[in-house]
Design a protein. Structure first.
Length: 277
């Protein structure tokens, strides 16, 4: 039976690439994009990819994790990479620019911190819908277009992070799902679409390995039957960590191997795909 291999590309966007004008550059990301494009082209030439899914970090200009949402006690702007805790807001060290949102913010931070995965990090404004930073690098978008033409199959594109009042690292769900806001809850359709079939691999790539790639894959993993976990290929040279979070990526790769997934380079993945055809 012909394998039905899938490629998952998480947030391959200009604002994450280490190129001029990027809002949140990840060191090594542009080289990652070139290797991802090479994988797509290899898949096209060898008919080795059955489907491709791309997630896109997609934000409004104003959101809870952006500098424009917050002020310090003295009324100054909050600088990027500031961490805001529930206790600090309660003590008045930080406040939302719109005072009526203070009670919501306190509840949100309490829920976020109770989850144990993240604290509220203030990121530079990035991947704003409609901007250059939201778009994919040409090397990736061109490779996807050529694959679509050759296979007559559309690439599945999934927007994430649209709600301004909750963070969303994972493409599967927001960190704090909001009542009556369906887009912040588990995207089961996306999960189901990327579970490896009985015959085929799921190749995981994208940015950043320390945050959105890790969060997305860990949210997908519980739905993958244990006997199929070895069919998940984490392509380690098609992703890079946010600077300062290298240890988190090393732990992520260790966790993947411990849970039965494979961690491979692009060259190793291409050999594996080629061997099956």
């Amino acid at each position: 039976m012909k394998p039905r291999n899938q490629l998952l590309i998480i947030d391959p966007q200009n604002d994450f690439c280490d190129i001029p004008h990027a809002a949140l550059p990840v060191a090594g990301a542009m080289a990652d994009m070139e290797r991802i494009a090479d994988l797509i082209t290899h898949g096209r030439h060898h008919h080795a990819l059955h489907s491709i899914t791309v997630t896109l970090d997609s934000h409004p200009a104003l959101a809870i994790e952006r500098p424009g949402f917050w002020l310090t006690r003295s009324g100054d702007a909050v600088t990027p990479f500031t961490v805001i805790h529930h206790a600090a807001v309660q003590a008045g060290e930080f406040q939302p620019r719109q005072p009526q949102q203070r009670e919501y913010v306190l509840q949100y931070l309490q829920a976020l911190e109770a989850g144990g995965k993240y604290q509220l990090m203030i990121w530079p404004a990035h991947c704003i819908l409609g901007t250059w930073g939201h778009a994919m690098p040409t090397v990736v978008s061109d490779a996807l277009y050529q694959w679509e033409l050759a296979t007559q199959t559309p690439v599945q594109k999934v927007l994430k992070g649209l709600h301004p009042l909750t963070e969303q690292y994972s493409a599967i769900r927001a960190e704090v799902p909001l009542p009556n806001e369906v887009q912040t809850h588990t995207n089961q359709g996306l999960v189901d679409s990327v579970i490896p079939p009985e015959h085929g691999y799921l190749l995981v790539t994208g940015e950043a390995s320390s945050h959105c790639v890790r969060a997305t894959l860990m949210d997908i993993l519980p739905s993958i039957p244990p006997e199929r976990r070895a069919q998940v290929l984490v392509i380690t040279d098609c992703m890079s960590p946010v600077t300062g979070f290298e240890a988190q990526t090393a732990q992520f790769f260790d966790d993947c191997r411990r849970l039965g997934l494979q961690t491979l380079t692009t060259a190793q993945a291409k050999e594996l795909l080629h061997a099956d055809y």
